[in-house]
Design a protein around this ligand. Sequence first.
Ligand SMILES: NC(=O)c1ccc[n+]([C@@H]2O[C@H](COP(=O)([O-])OP(=O)(O)OC[C@H]3O[C@@H](n4cnc5c(N)ncnc54)[C@H](OP(=O)(O)O)[C@@H]3O)[C@@H](O)[C@H]2O)c1
Length: 269
Amino acid sequence: MDLKLTGKTAVVTGASEGIGRAIALGLAREGVDLAICARRAGPLAAVAEEIAKETGRKVFPITADLTKAADAEAFIHAAAKALGRIDILVNNAGSAPGGTLEFLTEEHWEQALQLKFMGYVRCTKHTLPYMIKQGGGRVVNLIGNDGIKRSYWEIAPGAANAAGQNFTIALAGQYGKHNISFAAVNPGPVRTERWAGLVQAMARDMNISVAEADTLAPSSIPLGRIAEVEEVADLVVYLTSPRAHFVNGTMIEIDGGQQKDLMDRVRDR
Ligand SMILES: NC(=O)c1ccc[n+]([C@@H]2O[C@H](COP(=O)([O-])OP(=O)(O)OC[C@H]3O[C@@H](n4cnc5c(N)ncnc54)[C@H](OP(=O)(O)O)[C@@H]3O)[C@@H](O)[C@H]2O)c1
């Protein structure tokens, strides 16, 4: 299928590793020029160079900390200047700390909302005027199944995700008249660089071995495994394409049919 993405431009946040990196590579392979951000300049520049070399597309690495309002605004303006226009925004940078209510401090909650929610709000707010001026655009937000499949162990990501889901769907109602459409993608567990750290945190909080913690997520998924980054990236690349423009104001789960309450039951033992 020709996704009709060749010649488009996209902004992808948090693209120096994990799902964001796979999305950036997937888009570049479809002929899209990119502006990507992360906080650490070294890994970001290395990934930009690697993607540009493989695909022959332009990839502009721009450092930004999206928990800071000024950085997010400067990033979007710099991206628009470098690319000439912004056809696609993929909000992706957004981890939030797991743990129970007793474990979570004010700082954890602040951290969850500042990046996972406000980072998306800021980048979207500054991108929309460019899209309106151009006559249209596409916003795809990487959110997470914690927002709809609740777990008491992941209440901070869950709250930030629920806020992002609400935000995504609400904006679709307002900006359709400008030919801008919105979709949210809700992954379950995905094998990224962060995965090993998450398993260790689970083992710590539940007082079980790391080996046992590593079996928890796969055992809650009927398909018996967690997702690979490419599986999530393939869905996102399709959703950013003009072929999926009508998939608007909605969300798609990509979690292998995870039954999260099974994980909670193990934790309750
Ligand atoms: N992995 C999963 O299992 C999973 C499950 C459900 C949903 N998701 C969602 O999918 C998205 C991608 O997840 P991920 O696991 O690949 O990685 P992630 O931890 O969200 O992102 C890592 C990328 O974001 C950058 N980043 C981190 N903090 C940043 C900040 N304050 N400002 C700008 N960039 C920042 C990192 O580079 P620097 O460190 O250099 O800044 C890196 O490039 C996230 O929104 C996540 O919540 C992931």
